[in-house]
Design a protein around this ligand. Structure first.
Ligand code: ADP
Ligand code: MG
Length: 396
């Protein structure tokens, strides 16, 4: 798969429309409370500014439903303010993303100036991938750059529909990096390749699991999904979360792993509580089986050590899904332990999934990873082996 990339284009003097992912959380006061996604888009924006393009930025924010109060709740104005600080340059803000007012602002843009359009999803045509709307957006631009990896799994007007109405198109640096690492972890992993999978449900991760079974040397399972696998093997799991209707599927996955010679590792000990609360007593169960009345809430220390050794001796590690209920301190050690092992490992380390990325961020270990994906759902779909519409249209 060859992506058209930003570096191949001459941007000077051109109207460059960059679809970014500025879908950031806002606090009570309406200020940006986590600017990771804005920062992740900076390399592409800076490149366009340095090349003296007329830069037009567009994004969605939240899920506005067309109610009048939504215009205030989901405005991108706070993002414009934060971006202005980060870029250290004036950001022109448009109060819509199409229409005569926007056309006028684009016309007045000088080379190297940056314009941010208002929330694309104020128009339902965006998500409907309406052709007329896509054309309207495209009429603002000579070049379309997609750098919104977090929305690349959606075929919306600005993430895919616009592509056929612009003269030139390219992937931004963020999408390029996501494709390089998620693609590398998936397609041509340096061996040994270890996958660590956790999270809430087996059912969320079936396709990811199946795809990884074809490539990985070892798969280390944690999180609530581990108990469905243990139960499928006939191991008692107490009151732990189990997807009863996925037991057959779990057995099928275990069989497949065996047939392919993948070392499919399940927890050999657990951290349990009588309740899934932050104040419940933390009990380490030094056995595969969990006693009646207890809930498995994290992998145990022996399990962590086994997974850790795997991570340290791997050449590629892909991690998705926390090892326990890490949002509560008593059950966080397994998740942070895996994050630390990855940080210490010389392997190409790739993290995908929204909650997993949040855990790495909380541990302060993002700089120690080779790549932490900015796309939650998009990164999983990518690792499932699906073609993302926002990326497909960038292939040459
Ligand atoms: P990601 O967003 O990284 O793909 P998931 O959404 O699949 O991850 O799973 C994350 C959630 O799984 C977290 O909220 C975490 O608390 C929960 N979780 C993990 N292990 C357990 C467990 N043993 N019991 C309850 N919840 C768990
Ligand atoms: Mg999640």
């Amino acid at each position: 798969m060859a992506l058209r990339t930003l570096d191949a284009l001459q941007l000077a003097g051109k109207r460059v429309f960059i679809r970014v992912d500025f879908n950031v959380p806002l606090d009570e006061a309406g200020k940006v409370s986590d600017d990771r996604r804005i920062r992740a888009a900076l390399p592409t924006i800076r490149r366009a500014v340095e090349q003296r393009a007329k830069v037009i930025l567009a994004s969605h924010l939240g899920r506005p439903k067309g109610k009048p109060e939504d215009k205030k709740k989901y405005t991108l104005l706070p993002v414009a303010e934060r971006l202005q600080e980060l870029l250290d340059q004036e950001i022109v803000f448009a109060d819509d993303c199409i229409g005569d007012g926007v056309k006028k602002l684009v016309k007045e843009l000088k080379d190297g100036q940056v314009l941010l359009l208002e929330n694309l999803r104020f128009h339902p045509e965006e998500e409907a991938n309406d052709e007329g709307f896509a054309k309207e957006l495209a009429s603002l631009a000579d070049v379309w750059v997609n750098d919104a990896f977090g929305t690349a799994h959606r075929a919306h007007a600005s993430t895919a529909g616009m592509a056929k109405f612009v003269k030139e198109k390219a992937a931004g640096y963020l999408i390029q990096k996501e494709v390089e690492y998620l693609g590398k972890a998936l397609l041509r992993p340096e061996k040994p390749f270890v996958a660590i999978l956790g999270g809430a449900k087996v059912s969320d991760k079936i396709k990811v699991l199946e795809n990884l079974l074809a490539k990985a040397d070892a798969v280390c399972i944690g999180g609530a999904m581990a108990y469905t696998f243990l139960k499928a093997e006939g191991v008692p799991v107490g009151k732990s979360k189990v997807e009863e209707d996925k037991l057959d599927l779990a057995r099928a996955i275990l069989e497949k792993a065996k047939a392919r010679g993948v070392d499919f590792m399940l927890p050999v000990d657990h951290v349990c509580g009588a309740e899934a609360t932050a104040t419940a007593k933390r009990e380490v169960v030094n056995d595969r089986a969990i006693p009646d009345g207890l809930i498995g809430l994290d992998i145990g220390p022996k399990t962590l050590d086994r997974y850790r050794q795997r991570v340290l001796s791997a050449k590629t590690v892909f991690w998705n899904g926390p090892m326990g209920l890490f949002e509560q301190k008593p059950w966080a050690e397994g998740t942070f332990g895996v994050a630390r092992a990855m940080a210490e490992s010389p392997a190409v380390t790739v993290v995908g999934g929204g909650d997993s990325a949040a855990a790495v961020e909380e541990a302060g270990l993002v700089p120690k990873m080779k790549h932490v994906s900015t796309g939650g759902g998009a990164s999983l779909e990518f690792v499932e082996g699906r073609v993302l519409p926002g990326i497909q249209v960038l292939e040459s």
